[in-house]
Write a protein that binds this ligand. Structure first.
Ligand code: PMP
Length: 370
């Protein structure tokens, strides 16, 4: 391949100059616990069902997909009604290619040039990156020493900055901490008093929480959105299917920016097949929750500091130099994540055997340290 120029020689947007793309290392190591994937492959009967539904879809690939994805949104609404204990209908739900695309559509609609978005960091770094990609100025809000959201400090930050979009990630990535309904209510009130602005609750890891979903809070709060994904609990990261629940007006608003036919027929067919297997897939979630709790307990027993986790991953430390610790664990065949939070690393809950391998690697590292 030929190369006559570099990125910075191209007439790209000024704010992209010198930036790096999002990306966790995709290394070929025996145990990969670095991207919060579900370690369980889809069960074979579901693979068969996907094949059937995709074959049907293939017969119509000369046609554009259902632009409104009505059947899929209806099934997602049923799932949410059942699992979050709050009745939502098709009109409350919107779907896109991963929750990243959902968030991008929300920022294209409610953020953009001359507007601002705030998140409470450390949190999911893509919130800031999607903000930048949509021309929305990013504000890094505070978090408490224990990585919980400090309500008073957050309300003050919202009152001071008057952002157009507020992100609340619960359970939070990479720390694992969840927030209660009271925190969301307080931040929502502050955001409405300041502007009003759109409040996005990113519940990508909602199914793994010890606490119920925050979804019922959308009732009577037209500027509140709950974002979800099939990448984690449904074990379908490769599918790229995210969705949101909100007032139907929000769903109408994102139609203004979504690309026509953004969700392929193949994607819709696959997601519908996976939703038929909800109960089976949520059975794996229960196993992962138990393994997550075991990781917390055993890491503490080894002498690590561990943040309470409501997600399918655990934040552990503290290390004088997290990169050195990351490398020491990798040298023992286990890939975890260095999210750039000084002193801390993050491990995704894997299968029991993978988690054993990880715990053994940490024990060995600790022993060598002494
Ligand atoms: N939100 C959070 C908090 C995440 O951690 C992730 C994935 N790492 C996403 C959203 C995006 O996931 P997806 O696009 O696969 O739905």
């Amino acid at each position: 391949s030929w190369h006559v120029t570099g990125i910075d020689d191209l007439p790209i947007r000024d704010e992209l100059r010198g930036q790096s793309p999002y990306g966790a290392p995709q290394l070929d190591v025996p145990v990969r616990l670095n991207t919060n994937e579900n370690p369980y492959p889809l069960p074979e009967p579901l693979v068969q069902r996907i094949t059937e539904r995709v074959r049907e879809a293939a017969r119509n690939l000369n046609r554009y997909p259902d632009r409104e994805a009505v059947e899929l949104r209806t099934e997602l609404a049923k799932y949410l009604t059942r699992s979050a204990g709050h009745e939502v209908g098709t009109a409350n739900v919107w779907a896109a290619n991963g929750s990243n695309e959902v968030l991008q559509q929300l920022l294209q609609t409610f953020g953009g040039p001359g507007r601002t978005a705030i998140g409470f960091e450390p949190s999911y770094s893509m919130h800031g990156l999607i903000a930048r990609g949509t021309g929305t100025a990013w504000i890094s809000g505070p978090r408490g020493d224990d990585f919980a959201i400090d309500v008073e400090a957050s309300v003050a930050a919202i009152a001071g900055h008057r952002p157009h979009v507020v992100f609340i990630t619960s359970p939070n990535n990479p720390t694992g901490t969840a927030v209660g309904a009271g925190t969301v209510r307080a931040l929502y009130e502050a955001a409405q008093a300041a502007r009003p602005s759109l409040v996005i609750v990113d519940e990508a890891y909602g199914e793994f929480s010890h606490h119920p979903s925050l979804l019922p809070l959308i009732e009577g709060r037209p500027n509140l959105v709950v974002s979800r994904t099939m990448s984690k609990a449904f074990g379908a990261a490769g599918l790229r299917l995210g969705y949101l629940a909100a007032d139907p007006a929000v769903v109408d608003a994102v139609q203004l920016v979504r690309l026509p036919y953004h969700l392929s027929s193949v994607t819709q067919a696959t997601a519908l097949a996976a939703l038929e297997y909800t109960d089976t897939l949520l059975g794996y979630v229960e196993q992962l929750k138990a393994e997550r709790d075991r990781l917390v307990t055993e890491l503490r027993a080894i002498g690590c500091e561990v943040s309470d986790s409501d997600a399918n991953f655990v934040q552990f430390g503290r290390f004088e130099d997290s990169h050195t610790a990351w490398q020491a664990i990798l040298d023992r065949g286990v890939l975890v994540r260095d999210n750039g939070v000084p002193g801390w690393l993050r491990v995704s809950a894997g299968t029991p055997a993978e988690n054993d391998a990880f715990l053994e690697a940490v024990r060995a590292m600790k022993k060598e340290d002494r």
